[in-house]
Design a binder for this molecule. Structure first.
Ligand SMILES: Cc1cc2nc3c(=O)[nH]c(=O)nc-3n(C[C@H](O)[C@H](O)[C@H](O)COP(=O)(O)OP(=O)(O)OC[C@H]3O[C@@H](n4cnc5c(N)ncnc54)[C@H](O)[C@@H]3O)c2cc1C
Length: 563
């Protein structure tokens, strides 16, 4: 490795200005004295498609890493990119804005399995600290935090019907799945402020940017962490073709996301030794866990034609223009519409509220694009490329049943030693037959909701999978051509107390000093739900760990006091 010239020095260098990175930059620079640098490969987030919720379907691949994934044998060899935000705010700037903490049982299980200190009661103060819940004071909800959260601001009769029918059949009624318990059916909560997207770039970073001790470098690609004598001392970066080294006197913190952080670790000599040697990378520490344990929520789709006018008619360009005034004045109407208007979490009766599946409901019908098989022919399968979703022309609804705790695991490794090369990702969404069964049962239970009044009287046809899909075999066939990623990758730099864990419960990388990972990579397993809020809570707690503010038994009050 040639050594690049040193261009600057900071106390903390954070790599990746996404959901976690923006939280860290804001919290670590709050002292006014610690010198903090945030490095982000993507650009600014000024596009109206990013800021306005209804724009989400028009966010172009310019803001997406579009990680290529190896052909998925469990889905007939389909190849689909993995979407991941490449812009300041990362995933929180391009995602569907669903605000879901997860289930108490998820975090308690993390702690039991060795992620000591990450149980729900310890994380709760950080969930609370991250948010301002706009729907009024409630126990266990935040009132002064940066991310604004509100219940979805567009109400539609078909969504009301979905919730009513759901509460009469497959789910419990529960207006706040981020409150005391998660299981049940409700209107979605979204990270929006007066209808605009509330990303970590807007909510955390923007107010901190005027601090003189915080620098943000956009369009800057981190190549590797510089490790000297077993200690991280800086980061090698590229900006406008020039490669330089930035020194960190206290810590380097990787927050590049679950598909990028393991790659950066490997490029820095931290990973499975044989893989590193194969690419001529000097081994700093042999860590077999780097890049393994890759997890994702598999979801499938139910499409229904309905006899009540849905947002398919409102979310067209002319509809959005018509609703623009309502949005500008009140932050309401179809322009403030997120993709998902209602969410249900299903728990089996004996599970004490621990959810095993989720169903997400949109009062409009959308379809993905037909996939091409390995020989390039259209094979009738669908893909869910986030940049190629199409609104149906007629009134319809889309529902996504999803397995919350899949058994399948994928992995990622280096394609080459070139930092510009995206990693080699292998992940079979239905690689474990138990996940096919779970998804099938989740879809069947969701179907029951459509067969319950008042929703039943609005449905004129189940378009997909269609009435002919009934037996286990029918479902298996359908799922193998209609199962998609939720874009929730986690787990590739797992935290734990065992030797195979990549980071310890303080999120310090094993085998290298002054280096932490703080992003979705550290999650040992997927939480029950969309992963943004949990990533933000992890970054909040990490900021206290880094500043030495988390002691054994930190309480709710301690966390609030340490803002
Ligand atoms: C299309 C989509 C929809 C989603 N919908 C939801 C949802 O509705 N609700 C929800 O809760 N979650 C959702 N998610 C998931 C959620 O957004 C992510 O779990 C979360 O953003 C992960 O945060 P992170 O900090 O780990 O990584 P990211 O937010 O991805 O941040 C990583 C950052 O690092 C940068 N980076 C990467 N490599 C480098 C490098 N070498 N040098 C410099 N910078 C680098 C990236 O550009 C990025 O900005 C969605 C994700 C996607 C992609």
């Amino acid at each position: 490795v040639t050594t690049a010239a040193i261009s600057a020095e900071y106390d903390y260098v954070i790599v990746g200005g996404g959901s976690a990175g923006c939280v860290l930059a804001a919290r670590l620079s709050a002292s006014g004295s610690d010198r903090v640098l945030l490095i982000e490969a993507g650009s600014h987030d000024r596009s109206p498609f990013i800021r306005v919720p209804a724009g989400v379907k028009s966010i172009t691949s310019r803001y997406d890493w579009c990680y290529p994934v190896e052909a998925d044998a469990s889905r007939g060899g389909v190849t689909e990119n993995w979407a991941s935000g490449k812009v300041i705010g990362g995933g929180s700037s391009v995602n569907a804005m669903l605000w879901v903490r997860g289930n108490r049982a998820d975090f308690d299980r993390w702690a039991q399995d060795g992620a000591i200190g990450w149980d729900y009661e310890n994380l709760l103060p950080y969930f609370v600290r991250s948010e301002t819940f706009e729907d009024g004071a409630r126990p266990r909800r935040g009132r002064g935090g940066p991310i604004h959260v509100s219940t979805v601001r567009v109400r539609h009769a078909v969504t009301d019907a979905f919730i009513t029918s759901g509460a009469k059949s497959a789910f419990a009624a529960n207006p706040d799945y981020n409150g005391d318990r998660q299981d049940g059916i409700a209107y979605s909560q979204v990270n929006q402020h007066r209808g605009w997207r509330s990303s970590t770039a807007r909510a955390y970073l923007a107010p901190a940017r005027r601090r003189r001790n915080l620098q943000v470098r956009l369009n800057t690609l981190a190549h590797r962490v510089v490790v000297e004598h077993g200690q991280a001392v800086g980061v090698e970066v590229e900006h406008n073709g020039a490669v330089t080294q930035i020194r960190a006197t206290r810590e380097v913190i990787l927050a590049a996301g679950a598909l990028a952080t393991p790659r950066l670790l490997m490029l820095s000599g931290i990973g499975p030794a044989p893989d590193l040697r194969r690419h001529g990378i000097e081994v700093v520490t042999d860590r077999t866990g780097v890049g393994s344990n890759l997890q994702e929520h598999p979801l499938t789709v139910l499409l229904h034609r309905v006899n009540i006018r849905t947002l398919n008619r409102e979310l067209t360009l002319s509809g959005v223009l018509k609703h623009g005034v309502d949005f500008a004045v009140r932050g309401r109407g179809a322009v403030s519409s997120p993709a998902v208007h209602a969410i249900a979490f299903g728990a089996s009766p004996q599970a004490d509220g621990a959810s095993w599946f989720q169903a997400m409901f949109s009062p409009f019908g959308v379809v993905g694009k037909p996939s091409a098989n390995k020989s390039g022919d259209d094979d009738g399968r669908m893909t869910h490329d986030v940049h190629a979703m199409k609104l149906l022309e007629h009134s319809s609804t889309t529902t996504y049943p999803c397995v919350l705790h899949p058994h399948t695991r994928g992995s990622l490794t280096l394609r080459s030693a070139d930092p510009a090369d995206l990693p080699l990702i292998s992940h079979e969404l239905l690689g474990d037959p138990r996940d096919v069964e779970l998804l099938r049962e989740a879809a069947r239970l969701t179907r029951v909701v459509f067969d319950t009044d008042p929703l039943r009287s609005m449905v004129t046809e189940e378009m997909s999978p269609g009435a002919k899909v009934q037996s286990d075999t029918d479902w298996a066939t359908y799922l193998r051509s209609h199962t998609f990623r939720s874009n929730h990758p986690v787990g590739t730099a797992r935290m734990g107390s065992d030797d195979d864990a990549v980071v310890d419960p303080d999120l310090k990388v094993r085998g290298v000093d002054h280096l932490r990972v703080v992003d979705a990579s550290v999650m040992p397993t997927l939480p029950s739900g969309n992963t943004n809020a949990a990533t933000i809570a992890i970054a909040e707690r990490a900021s206290d760990l880094i500043r030495g503010r988390v002691g054994v038994g930190a309480t709710h009050t301690d966390a609030n006091a340490s803002r």
